[in-house]
Design a protein around this ligand. Sequence first.
Ligand SMILES: Cc1cc2nc3c(=O)[nH]c(=O)nc-3n(C[C@H](O)[C@H](O)[C@H](O)COP(=O)(O)OP(=O)(O)OC[C@H]3O[C@@H](n4cnc5c(N)ncnc54)[C@H](O)[C@@H]3O)c2cc1C
Length: 376
Amino acid sequence: MTNQNFDVIVIGGGLAGLTSAIHLAKAKFKVLLIEKNDYPKHKVCGEYISNEVLPYLEYLGFNPFEFGAKKISNFELTTHNNKSIKANLPLGGFGMSRYEMDFQLYKLALKKGVEVLKDTVVDVNFEANNFNVETKSNQQLQSKIVIGAFGKRSNLDVKFQRKFITRKSPYLGVKIHVSGDFPEDKVALHNFKGGYCGVSKVENDHINLCYITDFEAFKTYKDIDAFQDEVLFKNSALKEIFNTTESQFEQPLTISQISFETKNPVENHIIMCGDTAGMIHPLCGNGMGMAIRSAQLASQLIIDYLQGKIETRETLESEYAKRWKKTFNLRLKAGHAIAYLFRQDWLAPKLLSLLSWFPFLIPQIIKMTHGKPMKV
Ligand SMILES: Cc1cc2nc3c(=O)[nH]c(=O)nc-3n(C[C@H](O)[C@H](O)[C@H](O)COP(=O)(O)OP(=O)(O)OC[C@H]3O[C@@H](n4cnc5c(N)ncnc54)[C@H](O)[C@@H]3O)c2cc1C
């Protein structure tokens, strides 16, 4: 590393980290992004992204359709007792794998002048209005601003003793790409006892199957195959899609300890973005939209601060926390409430029956957990 001093250091190169780094480099600031993994890499994610991010991605110089993203406008919800409910998506979205999307944004970041370091951040200290960022390979790096975009659960959450990290979370996510037949313009959400599975196509015609379930329910089965056989396949739509398609992964990807606890958008003077600031339940299909939106919010304010339009760090931090809450609090509350209701075994079938009688309610519910197209 030639120059150890940066305007901004971004920790974590997922969607929040990459988009904020590109935004700030576009505004001619000296940006370092530190990501612990190589690109490209698969991530457990439903890979359905709301169109609300499109105007901002265009502003950053990124067009997902250039890389084969699939336009999605239809939604299907099936119940574990095999009722199907269909609706149009109010704003729509697109399907693109994280393998491809993060990789292409990484390449764009390099093109825009972002320096990228493959390393793990192990500590961040704030002193005399400056940050010192320490990495696993013993690099000491300095910056005026640090953006924390290190995802839903990181070694840094433990280091900073963030409150949510001490609490156990019951959720487990499983993802696999398969090849076979599935409409390009549809995202399906198939409910099963204790969870649900999202299905949609991504850029290379693969179908992403991604489910989230309760770890307690899962661990009573011998392995993933047994769990799928006994639980998921009670939903005939899931049985069909798993049994008539061919896996493209040697093993499904899994993650556990997915937490939806409240977090703080600013901690230790670090501006938190994406899942690091707060995570919406994946049932709502808007975590990526929120990650990108929070990166935009943070970048705009950081630019104002670095250009002297915001005079103090205190104002920068309080303004970001205020805007973050104003933008996301309602979505998060709606998302938590919907997920809670659908987790109640006695209630979920009744709610799904209600939706099958009044399918016009579905776009209204989706709107509650999504934003409007982002202004640039
Ligand atoms: C099962 C499941 C399904 C989902 N489905 C959808 C969906 O269909 N649609 C949707 O919009 N959202 C969905 N989400 C949510 C979405 O995946 C997240 O909200 C999104 O990935 C957040 O992006 P991010 O940039 O905040 O974090 P990430 O993409 O997790 O990026 C964080 C990065 O930080 C790096 N990192 C961590 N610690 C360090 C460190 N110390 N040093 C350096 N690097 C570090 C990690 O390697 C990682 O690359 C789903 C989530 C789950 C769990």
